[in-house]
Design a protein around this ligand. Structure first.
Ligand code: ARG
Ligand code: ZN
Length: 882
């Protein structure tokens, strides 16, 4: 597979490299604008490859200085160098030889933040997926594994810290102001896991003793003065290391594990071997500046990157089509970790909310693709919610199908069989088949077929025969490049609840497999009969969201109410309440579209909400989840076509007013309850109490037409979770008031020096509903607090506006789309990955009503006509317009 310069790469074209790398020796002579990279690589020709086949190395924006074979410089006639490749001919045959390549790169000018770049004076790298080729010419693909030795040389005063992968070999001064450090990583790894960091950084240190009693040094590097804010990340790291030993028997394998937090980073974090590099947003936290969501994200992402050490690094991907091999699996692992550290039900609710709002949206639009795609033009565009989150759900379904113990056996076999390898999804799935004896052939379609399956269920009870029969039909909607689909193996967890609230197990089943509370759907249409059901049961379907499907079951309202109030599974209760609310929300949109000004809300829903909120036997975080009714985006996705975001906004507001009005005293009780005094704790239970208070404040804003409550909360908040929430209630619900304006100004002034808090300030302002917000976004871009080169700032202002402000972005006059088009074209010149990510906000444009859809289309055409355009943005525009 060749460099991705815009042509389509196909999985079917995969073949191994002609040459096999053994060892890689890299020396960096650091300089802000002219860094010299000397690569010496030992390699040999793969058996069976003809003697005249040349060596082809990938490159990107490199300045080639010299090439040598076995230490001897070769003439220019022996190689060709182009923009994207270095091709060397007449290489030694039948033996191992050493290739030396010297290149000069310019870290300061690297605004793409791929390869070696500078962030606040620190040298830093990002190589996944194809960034290593921006450092040196190399076979830059994940199936080329080498053992690396790294020497870093640079100005000693500016770079007291010099880090790379593996174990530390030594460091010293040259006596002329320069110093060096050397690192050796004994574990063969692909180039995308290479990392280098150098600069003047502060460090937090700790140790971890592994299950076999080895002591590992733990170090987190941050900018000077921010050390105290790394404490929670360190704690999360140690808990992750313990958990991976206990849950999967995985022990850490180097003497040292390092994390570096940087402020300019394209994504969340990167799992480089022994040297994870993080967006500082996912490391730094303290009570004054971080929300509970920030703490939860830090815990999850620190764990995610750490878990990659086994799922990703020790066992890596054969090619980038297999990305979900490491990402889907590792997300599943971090989800399980968080579930074990926190409340499992609440965690699952949050996951499913996220899955539906992001992945289901992607899966139903022009960017839909299989979890394991078969072609791409730009791999960076495939770090998607489908690969990550749906990939995780597919892994979860394997665990559901096999049961936990058998899943663990399959994982053990995977580690045993493939350690040190670069493998495929087929290899992964085969481990579970071999461990369990179960055929996962049909199940594997989850990897290959895009689109969210629609499962339609109808049920009838036969009182005489005491049987319940379910007719089930599955349909997988067409997606780009896949018009016709085959039926999937869908594990549907379910329960039968009788009138008295007890659950009953069927005594026999025909027409399908049913075991351990899981019904296995395998046919396009299926009729399953359950025997021995003594009275008409309420069906609790897709418990725990066992399968990522859209379930259509015309459930009687009284059944929904029964589940909402009594299901033993908390997730099911939330799901039923959410479903009830969604029905009323959809009805309200319909009625208001037809001209109604009032909406009716089901009295049962109002009662269930009120009762759940005041039920102290339910954990506060769960109650907060129940109070978060489906969002405007959820409603839009459910409607699916002819979307008018303003109508949805108005209808949701009306429903919120109706459900909150009767809850006034319950809300006041929550808000006026004595507050816990004493020191802040980010633990899940304390966070749950704050979440409930925040939800109550939101509800109050719908039933009390005054900003005073929120202003009071803003004034009294002693933690960022409640402060930022109070600000958003003021700004979003009472934007015209003096209280809101004062709070926005005060918050900005108070945190003017803290970039991560300013991100919250930007995004709260960018998501104020209504057409006027575009102008304030444009004004904020002129603020000295904004920085157009910083990915976090771009995402918090422009990204939030385009992705999380339905009425602001989707202005009827199309000004939001035109603004986005200009921004994408501008950002793309500096940083294509960030531009492409923000552009995905347009992925559902076809479901808009026709006026908006036309204007959105024009904006996409405008972007498409810009020149030059990165492959990243070009690929997305083309697919969205196809
Ligand atoms: N492997 C990283 C993670 O999931 C993300 C890298 C994203 N790279 C990219 N080019 N988008 O932990
Ligand atoms: Zn990952």
């Amino acid at each position: 597979m060749e460099a991705t310069t815009g042509q389509v790469i196909h999985l079917a074209d995969y073949r191994p490299t002609d040459f096999v790398v053994e060892r890689v020796d890299l020396t960096f002579e650091l300089d802000p604008t002219e860094t010299l990279v000397i690569q010496r690589t030992l390699m040999h020709r793969r058996e069976g490859v003809a003697d005249d086949v040349p060596l082809v190395l990938d490159g990107d924006e490199l300045n080639l200085k010299a090439v040598a074979i076995d230490g001897n410089p070769i003439p220019e006639s022996q190689y060709d160098v182009s923009d994207r490749a270095l091709v060397i001919r007449d290489l030694p045959t039948g033996t191992t030889f050493e290739v030396t390549v010297e290149t000069i790169i310019n870290p300061e000018a690297n605004t793409k933040l791929m390869g070696l770049y500078r962030t606040n004076g620190t040298y830093c790298t990002q190589c996944e997926a194809e960034g290593f080729r921006r450092i040196t010419y190399f076979m830059d693909r994940p199936d080329v594994l080498g053992v690396y030795t790294i020497t870093i040389i640079g100005d000693g005063a500016a770079n007291p810290v010099m880090l790379s992968n593996g174990n530390f070999l030594g460091a010293g001064d040259y006596g002329d102001g320069r110093r060096f450090a050397a690192w050796y990583d004994p574990h063969p790894k692909p180039s995308y896991l290479f990392a280098l960091v150098a600069g003047d950084l502060g460090v937090v240190e700790d140790t971890f003793t592994t299950m076999s009693e080895r002591e590992v040094a733990l170090k987190i590097y941050v900018e000077h003065g921010k050390e105290a804010r790394a404490a929670y990340a360190m704690d999360a790291l140690k808990r992750s290391m313990t958990w991976d030993e206990q849950a999967f028997g995985r022990e850490y394998d180097l003497d040292i594990f390092m994390i570096v937090a940087v402020s300019d980073f394209n994504m969340g974090a990167m799992e480089n071997k022994g040297l994870n590099v993080f967006n500082d947003k996912y490391i730094l936290a303290d009570p004054e500046t971080a929300t509970d969501q920030d703490y939860a994200n830090i815990e999850a992402i620190v764990a995610h990157e750490y878990f990659h050490n086994w799922t990703g690094n020790r066992i890596t991907c054969r090619d980038w089509f297999q990305l979900c091999l490491k990402e889907g699996l590792t997300v599943y692992r971090d989800h399980e970790f968080s579930a074990d550290q926190r409340s499992r039900a609440v965690k699952r609710i949050a996951e499913v909310r996220h899955l539906k709002s992001e992945q289901f949206a992607e899966d139903s639009g022009p960017l839909a693709h299989p979890v394991r795609p078969t072609q791409f033009r730009e791999i960076n565009n495939f770090y998607t919610t489908t690969v990550y989150e749906k990939g995780s759900e597919v892994t979860r379904m394997i665990a559901t199908l096999l049961g936990r113990p058998m899943f663990r056996k399959g994982m053990d076999l995977y580690f045993e069989r493939h350690d040190g390898g670069a493998v495929t999804i087929e290899d992964f799935v085969r481990c579970f088949e071999d461990a369990s004896g179960r055929d996962l052939g049909q199940f594997s379609r989850w990897y290959h077929q895009a689109g969210t399956p629609v499962v339609t269920v109808s049920a009838r009870y036969d009182a005489g025969a005491k049987t319940l029969t379910m007719d089930v039909e599955q349909m997988i909607p067409p997606t780009p490049g896949q018009q016709v689909k085959e039926p999937m193996h869908i594990p549907l967890a379910m329960g039968f609840i009788l009138d008295n609230g007890t659950e009953v197990q069927p005594t026999g089943v025909s027409g399908g497999e049913y075991a351990d509370g899981v019904l296995h759907l395998t046919e396009r249409t299926q009729s399953i009969t359950f025997e021995g059901i003594s009275s008409r049961p309420v069906l609790s379907l897709n418990r725990g969201f066992s399968a990522p499907i859209n379930l259509h079951y015309d459930m009687p309202v009284e059944d929904m109410v029964q589940i909402a109030r009594h299901d033993s599974d908390l997730f099911s209760r939330w799901q039923a309440i959410n479903q009830l609310a969604l029905r009323d929300l959809l009805k309200a949109v319909k009625e208001m579209t037809a001209g109604a000004t009032q909406v009716a809300v089901d009295a049962e829903l109002i009662a269930i909400l009120r009762d759940s909120i005041s039920d102290d036997s339910l954990e506060p975080a769960f109650r907060a989840q129940i109070m978060a009714l489906p969002s405007e985006a959820d409603i839009a996705r459910e409607i699916g076509k002819d979307i008018d975001p303003e109508m949805i906004h108005a209808a949701r507001n009306a429903v919120m007013a109706a459900v909150t009005a009767p809850a006034g005293t319950v809300l006041a009780d929550i808000l006026d309850a004595p507050r816990r005094v004493g020191s802040f704790s980010p633990d899940a239970a304390s966070a749950g109490i704050r979440a409930l208070r925040n939800a109550a404040l939101t509800w109050m804003s719908y039933c009390e037409p005054s900003p005073d409550r929120a202003a009071k909360a803003f004034a009294e908040a002693d933690n960022m979770t409640e402060l930022a929430h109070a600000l958003s209630v003021l700004a979003h619900r009472f934007s015209e008031t003096e209280s809101a304006k004062q709070a926005v100004a005060a918050f900005g002034d108070r945190f003017a020096e803290n970039a991560l808090v300013l991100d919250k300030w930007f995004s709260i302002q960018a998501t104020v509903p209504g057409p006027a917000t575009l102008a304030s976004v444009e004004a904020l871009m002129q603020s000295p607090r904004f920085a157009a080169g910083n990915p976090n700032r771009l995402r918090s202002l422009i990204g939030s506006f385009a992705m999380a402000n339905p009425t602001g972005f989707h202005r009827k006059d199309g000004a939001g789309y035109a603004f986005l088009a200009n921004q994408i074209i501008a950002i793309d010149k500096r940083n294509p990955q960030v531009a492409a990510r923000i552009l995905t906000s347009m992925r559902s444009w076809r479901s808009l009503e026709s006026t908006r859809a036309g204007l959105a289309r024009n904006a996409l055409v405008t972007i498409g006509a810009a020149s030059p355009l990165s492959t990243d943005v070009r690929d997305l525009v083309d697919r969205m317009l196809e």
